[in-house]
Design a protein around this ligand. Structure first.
Ligand SMILES: Nc1ncnc2c1ncn2[C@@H]1O[C@H](COP(=O)(O)OP(=O)(O)OP(=O)(O)O)[C@@H](O)[C@H]1O
Ligand SMILES: O=P(O)(O)OC[C@H]1O[C@H](OP(=O)(O)OP(=O)(O)O)[C@H](O)[C@@H]1O
Ligand SMILES: [Mg+2]
Length: 302
């Protein structure tokens, strides 16, 4: 492929590996963005839109988008801040995956119990900008100067090993389930930020001609994300309980209510947030609902 074949195409950056990669491929499939990625090739043309996908490390995507070299991208909110690109990119959509927290961690057995105890000591991290800002403020508030200030050292991965190796008194790294942290004998003493994957676009686009395609892709991806957040709940309810039932399942706009052959009963269908499914079913059964069914959504526009 040569540069000419990208002419006029919208460029969309996708993490090439790591925690976000597979989820991004699912989103692309849900948004019907069709492509075939040849082995080892990081740029590929989309068949059904004037678009090309660029597979890049998640950490590089904010600056490619922020500088306008790439029009759209998916990456973590954390790496946007780490790349100091928050004023150059617009976070268009939260994608409901890649959720984790950037936390300060120390060995369980250590005498360090708070970030104040850690200030002035050695901290290892892949997030040297965010950790530097955090400990910079802490050092300032404690009037630490010169060699007395916290020493931040960068490593590109396996950050949790640093304390056991004697390289650090504490670390700053991402925590999702906490398994990696606990396996390394560490515990969290502070949370710097919460993050999730986001769809981003350049604040100042160099390519005004792509605006309508950006809006179309954004709306399709928003549909796939919303479909992951909701289920459809259907049930039968005695007519005199309808009011109580629809208070439990108000839907997004309003529930759909249909008659049944049996005049004393009605059928109700409503969107319910996935995380509330079990509680909603419990409450419906308690007031006399029967045949309560839950359906996953493949896609939607809401
Ligand atoms: N355990 C996790 N759970 C959820 N999201 C995560 C987790 N680890 C990382 N992320 C998110 O994914 C982004 C990319 O991190 P990841 O470690 O997957 O990329 P990478 O370092 O390029 O890949 P790898 O670690 O495989 O070399 C992070 O900035 C964060 O937003
Ligand atoms: O709380 P958990 O669910 O255990 O997830 C947290 C781990 O996930 C990420 O590591 P990754 O798998 O990307 O490996 P890396 O350290 O080599 O980047 C992160 O850096 C933590 O180590
Ligand atoms: Mg990683």
């Amino acid at each position: 492929m040569n540069a000419d074949s990208l002419d006029g195409r919208l460029l969309f950056a996708i993490p090439k590996k790591g925690r976000l990669h597979e989820k991004c491929l699912e989103l692309l499939a849900g948004a019907d963005i069709q492509f075939r990625r040849h082995h080892r090739l990081d740029v590929c043309l989309v068949k059904n839109h004037p678009m090309a996908l660029v597979f890049l490390p998640a950490a590089d995507i904010p600056s490619f988008v922020g500088k306008g070299n790439v029009d759209l991208g998916i990456t973590g909110h954390d790496v946007i801040l780490e790349a100091k690109m928050e004023e150059h990119v617009a976070e268009v959509l939260q994608l409901n995956f890649g959720k984790c927290a950037l936390q300060v961690q120390v060995p369980e057995a250590a005498s360090i119990k708070s970030v104040e105890d850690l200030a002035g000591k050695r901290v290892v991290t892949s997030f040297e900008v965010l950790a530097g800002e955090y400990f910079g403020k802490l050092d300032d508030s404690r009037n630490l100067v010169g060699d007395g200030r916290t020493k931040i050292e960068y490593v590109s991965g396996s950050v949790e090993a640093a304390c056991a190796l004697g390289l650090a008194d504490g670390i700053v790294d991402l925590v999702e389930s906490g398994d990696t942290m606990r396996a390394a004998g560490l515990h969290a003493i502070s949370t710097i930020l919460q993050t999730e994957a986001v769809l981003i676009k350049a604040n100042l686009t160099k390519h005004a001609e792509h605006v309508s395609l950006i809006n179309l892709i954004t709306s399709r991806i928003a549909g796939v994300v919303a479909a992951g957040r909701y289920v459809i709940c259907e049930y039968n309810i005695p007519r005199d309980k309808l009011h109580t039932a629809t208070a439990i399942t108000p839907g997004r706009r309003a529930p759909t209510i249909s008659p049944l052959e049996d005049e004393d009963w009605l059928a109700v269908s409503a969107m319910v947030e996935k995380g509330r499914t079990a509680v909603v079913m419990d409450e419906l059964v308690k007031i006399g609902a029967e045949d309560v069914l839950i359906f996953n959504l493949d896609n939607c526009r809401v």
